[in-house]
Structure formats: structure tokens, C-alpha cells
Design a protein around this ligand. Sequence first.
Ligand SMILES: CC(C)(COP(=O)(O)OP(=O)(O)OC[C@H]1O[C@@H](n2cnc3c(N)ncnc32)[C@H](O)[C@@H]1OP(=O)(O)O)[C@@H](O)C(=O)NCCC(=O)NCCS
Length: 166
Amino acid sequence: MIQGGAGPLSVRQSRPQDADELSRVHVQSWKETYSGVLSDGFLAGLDRTARHEMWKRVLEGPRVADHWVACDDDRIVGFAGREHPEQQHPGQPILLWGLYVLQSHQGLGVGRKLLEAALGDGPASLWVAAQNEQAIAFYRRFGFQPDGAEEVIAEWENLKTIRMVR
Ligand SMILES: CC(C)(COP(=O)(O)OP(=O)(O)OC[C@H]1O[C@@H](n2cnc3c(N)ncnc32)[C@H](O)[C@@H]1OP(=O)(O)O)[C@@H](O)C(=O)NCCC(=O)NCCS
């Protein structure tokens, strides 16, 4: 348990009933994180219904066990999700596909808790927007380094991302 939010802060594995709230947190955290990076029009167009469908699919399937939520009392304020690429590509480390904490709850130890729940302290990789200096510094704090790989995501307004590994 961490103190600092309105209520007690905790991290737990996600469950199917979280889909609706996760869609809210997902859209809000994208707006907060990518303001000034992605266009206002793109961010205004983020579709909560589509996110809800995505989270429902994920949380009602076998991958539910690879997702965690952070809660302030019983309200979700962050999430983390991982994938296991080694199932298709042997030898590849766990991929952290998403880690988001609402601005209101950053700096309270929630990101660390989510990261540790999803990855422990083992080998892993992730992709982060090249301009997201805050997240890049956070990941460095936990032993990640850019490995030189870059990707441009066409459907996200050609956002440039870099890979970090540890
Ligand atoms: C990046 C993020 C996940 C960090 O979560 P957080 O809850 O704010 O971080 P924590 O409070 O858990 O910090 C844990 C440790 O990391 C350090 N840390 C946090 N942010 C840091 C930063 N930008 N630079 C360096 N260290 C940082 C903290 O000082 C703390 O160190 P300590 O354990 O020695 O005290 C969070 O700020 C966030 O969600 N940002 C927006 C979304 C985002 O960019 N996600 C990544 C997309 S790939």
C-alpha cells in the first residue's frame, strides 16, 4: 500500500469488470501524455468506445493475467500491460506494451509498482515516443537503455518511437 492519493494506493491484477474504467483512464492518460506531441484533433478523436471494446477483448481472454491496474481506493488511476513475444519469437524478452499513470497520481510510486508487477526486475523491452523524455528518464532509472531501434507509427501521425531494453 502507498500513501499519497485521496485514498490508499494499491496495484492489483486486472479483471474483466475493469474494461469500462480502463477505457476512461486510457483515453485521459493519452491526452495528458501526448498533448503537444500528437495534434489536438487526433487527441480529441480518441474513441473511448473503441478502447472499451479493446479492453473487453483483452480482459475476457487469456491475456487478462498480463495486465495490472493501480487504484486510488477503488478508482483506477493507472495500468500496465505486457506481452510474451518469445511464444512466437524464441529468445525475445517480455515486452511492456503500456504503462500509464494519470497525471494526478504521478510521483507517488505508482509507476514503480506497476512496472515491478509486470516485469519484476528481469529482462524486458518496450517502445516509447522519442519525445517522451519523462518516460525515457523513468525507464533509465529502472535499468533500460535505448538499443538503437526506431519505428515510425503511421497511424499515430508518424510518431517516432525508440526501443529500450534491459
Ligand atoms: C513514467 C511514469 C509511468 C512514471 O510513473 P510515476 O508513478 O510518476 O513514477 P514513480 O513515482 O513510481 O517513480 C519511481 C521512481 O522513478 C523515479 N522517476 C519517476 N519519474 C522519473 C523521471 N522522469 N526521471 C527520472 N526518475 C524518475 C522516481 O524518482 C522514483 O525514484 P525512487 O524510487 O528512487 O524514489 C508516469 O509518469 C507516467 O505514466 N507518465 C505518462 C505516461 C507515459 O509516458 N508512459 C510511458 C509510455 S511508453
